[in-house]
Design a protein around this ligand. Structure first.
Ligand code: GDP
Length: 316
């Protein structure tokens, strides 16, 4: 049965499940809406880390060991930059730089991020629809105890998530608009999948764009999230550390509680099976399975299980 699935995704964790979904659905059945709160300007270039991670992953160009950037990358431009005294804290490979140059050139010509992304996907043979959450700039700021307000990349890459966080701000989000196609995809969705991405800084910004949460609420289709927290820990990145610093115990339950009434179903790991009752008591249907995606096969299997769960929740 043909269906319309919308996946909300950040970078690394989101890209893995999005890839699994792309492997089991036809291109027409899948739309991926990607966080752009991490986007920033650096060295005069417009950089969209999550969008690039998702597109590189779907195109088979990603570096699977780092989880970001491209496979087979070389670093000569960055080396030269360092020799000349330029900033090298944000690692940009030569191939990656080529992409940032072209995106920046097109943006300066007046093209929209969504248009440019469509073009790059076409060139790379990515057939499903990949949409930035918005064509407007919505930079994420991280409030910290000792270092004030940091831009997301300053916190994430330069300071390597060391500062203790107290909150987040998505600058200008109230004036932002969903990118063309986002609301239409959500309105016709038979299933919405919130990928195992950071709930605070990857999914949070997407849900904060005016209209997106309303479109989810206005569509009776099930919304299923996959937990990025396994056994109280993030697989990668600061999600668990953020929960702890914000005074919330990092757990699958906390993620389910975070999304709350938005969710119809929640997929979490066998390691966290004891949390089934508290999650069910939130009024959310549980699916307990192996949620760690180490291989392409894992991505495909988890995606298939999420789709079958979605069917059950729809009563199909
Ligand atoms: P970022 O923007 O690159 O940080 O990417 P995301 O927000 O999409 O991904 C980070 C989150 O993905 C972290 O909280 C990880 O715990 C989670 N994650 C990464 N790999 C996996 C995985 O294989 N399974 C699950 N369940 N979560 C994962």
């Amino acid at each position: 049965m043909a269906m319309n699935v919308v996946a909300l995704a950040g970078g690394v964790g989101g890209a893995k499940l999005a890839h699994g979904l792309a492997l089991v659905l036809t291109p027409e059945e899948l739309t991926i809406v990607v966080n752009t709160g991490d986007d920033f300007q650096h060295l005069g270039l417009y950089i969209s880390p999550d969008l690039d991670t998702v597109c590189y992953t779907l195109a088979g160009l990603a570096n699977t060991s780092t989880g970001w950037g491209r496979a087979g990358e070389t670093w000569q431009a960055l080396e030269t930059l360092g020799e000349l005294g330029g900033p090298t804290w944000f690692r940009l490979g030569d191939r990656d730089l080529g992409l940032h140059l072209e995106r920046t050139r097109r943006l300066k010509q007046g093209q929209r991020l969504s248009q440019i992304t469509r073009h790059f996907c076409k060139v790379w043979g990515v057939q499903c629809q990949v949409l930035p959450m918005s064509d407007d700039s919505v930079p994420t700021w991280v409030y910290t105890v000792n270092e004030g307000e940091l831009t997301f990349q300053e916190y994430f890459v330069h300071r390597q998530c060391h500062p203790h966080v107290t909150g987040f701000r998505f600058e200008g989000v109230e004036r932002s608009h969903p990118a063309p196609g986002v609301l239409a995809a959500l309105q016709r969705a038979d299933l919405v999948v919130i990928c195992p991405s950071n709930p605070w800084v990857s999914i949070g910004p997407i849900l904060a764009v005016p209209g997106i949460r309303q479109a989810l609420g206005g569509n009776p289709a099930p919304v299923v999230a996959v937990s990025p927290i396994i056994g109280g820990q993030a697989v990668k990145g600061p999600a668990a550390k953020m929960y702890a610093e914000l005074g919330i115990q990092p757990s699958a339950f906390s993620v389910a509680n975070h999304y709350g009434s938005l969710l119809t179903g929640f997929v979490f790991d066998v390691l966290d099976a004891v949390q089934e009752n508290p999650i069910t008591e939130l009024g959310i249907r549980p699916l307990i399975t192996d949620t760690l995606m180490k291989s392409t096969q894992d991505r495909r299997r988890l995606a298939r299980e999420v789709l079958i769960f979605g069917d059950e929740l729809r009563g199909a």
